[in-house]
Design a protein around this ligand. Structure first.
Ligand code: IPE
Ligand code: IPE
Ligand code: MG
Length: 253
């Protein structure tokens, strides 16, 4: 079992910055609509905010940032919007990779990438390879990702690897096959745009994550807002099933 695979690992120090922040960047469309702009203008602005968020995480020494860019359900959107989103993804990869490299950011993309056009798939592979030695920040982009898809692909791979243990698999057997086996589970999950739901994001990994919902639309989510989310997180008591008294007696056991 990998060191990161359990949701009952040591209780993190409450006052510390979260080690892993996962974000659903929602509200781009509404931001554009408010300004009488096409939805895609919101997505363009949204990419700028990603850049700021990466910088903010580096400054705050947050080690893992995971962003939901495109869900497995987003294919249901109008073809034109889907194709513009793909173009933006390509453009962002081409333009940002050097900056990520300079700042020691390691990029990974999780999700079922097989439906993406070959050029995008190649760019993703290249970007992952170019940044694989970096470790200041682990940036993960979830694209054509779904939490259910992730659990199923992990189960299928486990079944192929350990058929003899069928019926006796434990959590620790499955965890290494999940898309984010390389990262600790998210400490803080932020969703902008006012909806209070998970929308098939990291289902397995968020068993004990602290949730933070804000009505602020993603293109307006600045570092002041980010710090507000972090300080809300720092005020939570993470018990992982224990009682409050147990935590006071031996805080990090
Ligand atoms: C989130 O913004 C970005 C993606 C899903 C790609 P939306 O496009 O969902 O914006 P709203 O929710 O319609 O405002
Ligand atoms: C969730 O946003 C996915 C991303 C931000 C990529 P949606 O806007 O697609 O979520 P729903 O449809 O409101 O749940
Ligand atoms: Mg939305």
């Amino acid at each position: 079992m990998g060191i990161f695979s359990s949701s009952t690992r040591e209780i993190p120090v409450a006052s510390a910055v979260p080690e892993h922040v996962a974000v659903i960047m929602d509200g781009n469309g509404r931001w554009a609509k408010k300004r009488f702009l096409p939805r895609v203008a919101g997505h363009v602005k949204g990419v700028e905010l990603v850049r700021e968020m990466v910088r903010a995480c580096l400054e705050r020494k947050i080690s893992y940032l995971t962003l939901f860019a495109f869900s497995s359900e987003n294919w249901r959107r109008p073809l034109e919007e889907v194709s513009l989103l793909m173009q933006l993804f390509v453009k962002a990869l081409e333009q940002e990779i050097e900056r990520l490299q300079r700042n020691g950011v390691r990029l990974r993309v999780i999700g079922d990438l097989s439906c993406f056009e070959p050029r995008l798939q190649a760019l993703i592979q290249q970007a992952e390879r170019d940044t694989e030695k970096n470790s200041a920040l682990h940036l993960t982009i979830a694209a054509n990702y779904g939490g259910r898809w992730d659990i199923l692909q992990a189960a299928n791979r486990l079944a192929a690897a350990q058929p003899e243990k069928l019926g006796q698999w434990e959590e620790g057997d499955l965890a290494p096959y999940l898309s984010m086996a390389y990262a600790p589970e998210p400490d803080l999950y932020i969703r902008t745009g006012g909806e209070a739901r998970v929308s098939n994001f990291l289902l397995w990994q968020m068993a004990y994550t602290e949730f933070y919902f804000t009505p602020t639309l993603w293109p307006e989510f600045d570092t002041v807002e980010f710090d507000r989310a972090i300080s809300s997180y720092q005020q939570r008591e993470r018990r992982f099933g224990r009682t409050s008294e147990q935590l006071t007696e031996s805080p990090h056991a």
